[in-house]
Design a protein around this ligand. Structure first.
Ligand SMILES: NC(=O)c1ccc[n+]([C@@H]2O[C@H](COP(=O)([O-])OP(=O)(O)OC[C@H]3O[C@@H](n4cnc5c(N)ncnc54)[C@H](OP(=O)(O)O)[C@@H]3O)[C@@H](O)[C@H]2O)c1
Length: 342
């Protein structure tokens, strides 16, 4: 069984594993996973040492939460995060939504109000069948999800929504609060409105993109706010590479040409140094001292041992230096060798 480095989560008393498990896949993201397979994936993951699991009502309209709850019920040695901001309403039919194939028969309504956040938290406890959620993220606020409606929703989220999260933290019902988003800019804005413990940032601090280094990550350091990195493979392209048949997934859709070109250039350097690109993608974000955990999406039993092996692979310093020299990562991006003092 693997045991991962534990990192403190912001100013909380919670610590989380450097490697966690992203459970969007268990809501049937991109491909259906049967109940039996999902149970097998989670049982195997736990047996191999995974302890931090991230889910959300959004993932298969409740399906991922149900499966995760079934796997964790009766044990206490887990850290669990889920999200608020979407309420599930009976739809009368189940159809693919937002990339989740064969989800549950619910529609979603955004609700970032005080009452909406409280109801979402209660609904999650009941879907999970658990009496403990450790980390609660406000899910997908910001213009990337809401476009112009962000102007209406963001103030609601930062007023009533934040007060609800704060009340849950104050009363000890959750240990940590944050945002779970695909854009760091909205986290930067949110820093002016609340005392956040952590941000789950998906896809925006990876081997492919590091703009968050300019202003956002320094602010996280200043405020002792931790980052959990989702989408470390940028939805898959950094794990699959671009030499197969495709389609190559980037940001939940077919990858645009400039991204394919950049990944191809990284793959060429990986060949030169005999490094697995997936291993580099998984290990890279953790070199930044604000990053507490990286949570790859895993949708197959076979990926579990594969992921553990990618995480444990030694990557030579020269590889990271070469990425920098070729302009494939930013000059100011810390690399794993830097963190260990190399
Ligand atoms: N707004 C938010 O809060 C937010 C947004 C995005 C993500 N997240 C969190 O972050 C987690 C991870 O993000 P993600 O699932 O979107 O993206 P990801 O980890 O970047 O990529 C997952 C995809 O990569 C594939 N993959 C994983 N390991 C692989 C390997 N070794 N070789 C080839 N392919 C591999 C998976 O395929 P298989 O399915 O075939 O295994 C899956 O399709 C989510 O599950 C969720 O918990 C949160």
């Amino acid at each position: 069984m693997a045991s991962f480095q534990k990192n403190p989560l912001g100013k909380t008393e919670l610590s989380i594993d450097a490697l966690g498990f992203g459970c969007a896949s268990l809501g049937n993201l991109y491909h259906a996973v049967s109940d039996a397979e999902a149970a097998d994936i989670l049982t195997t993951a736990r047996a191999r040492g995974f302890r931090y699991f991230d889910t959300a009502p959004h993932y298969g309209q409740g399906l991922s939460e149900r499966r995760v709850g079934d796997a964790l019920r009766g044990s206490s040695d887990y850290v669990l995060s889920t999200k608020v901001g979407r309420l599930l309403r009976p739809a009368g039919y189940a159809a693919e939504r937002h990339g989740f194939v064969s989800p549950m028969p619910f529609d979603m309504a955004y609700d970032y109000s005080y009452d909406g956040v409280m109801r979402s938290f209660e609904d999650s406890l009941q879907r999970l069948g658990l009496d403990r959620i450790d980390i609660l993220y406000m899910h997908d606020i910001g213009p990337v999800t809401h476009g112009d409606d962000d102007r209406r929703l963001f103030p609601i989220a930062m007023d009533g929504g934040y007060r609800a999260l704060e009340a849950l933290r104050q009363s000890g019902l959750v240990s940590a609060i944050g945002l779970g988003v695909n854009e760091y800019e909205v986290c930067e804005r949110a820093l002016d409105y609340g005392d956040w413990d952590c941000f789950l940032l998906a896809g925006r601090y990876t081997l492919l993109e590091q703009k968050a280094l300019e202003t956002f990550l320094p602010q996280c350091m200043d405020r002792n706010c931790s980052l959990i990195i989702g989408g470390a493979y940028n939805s898959g392209i950094l794990a699959t590479g671009v030499r197969g048949k495709g389609p190559y997934y980037y940001n939940y859709a077919a990858a645009p040409e400039p991204v394919i070109k950049k990944v191809a250039a990284i793959e060429r350097l990986c060949d030169e140094f005999e490094v697995s690109m997936a291993a580099a993608a998984l290990q890279f974000p953790l070199a930044h001292p604000a990053v507490a955990s990286v949570i790859p999406g895993i949708g197959k039993v076979s990926r579990i041992d594969q992921t553990l092996s990618l995480f444990a692979t030694e990557i030579p310093d020269e590889f990271w230096q070469a990425l920098r020299k070729h302009g494939l990562i930013r000059d100011d991006a810390p690399t794993p060798s830097c963190r260990s003092g190399g």
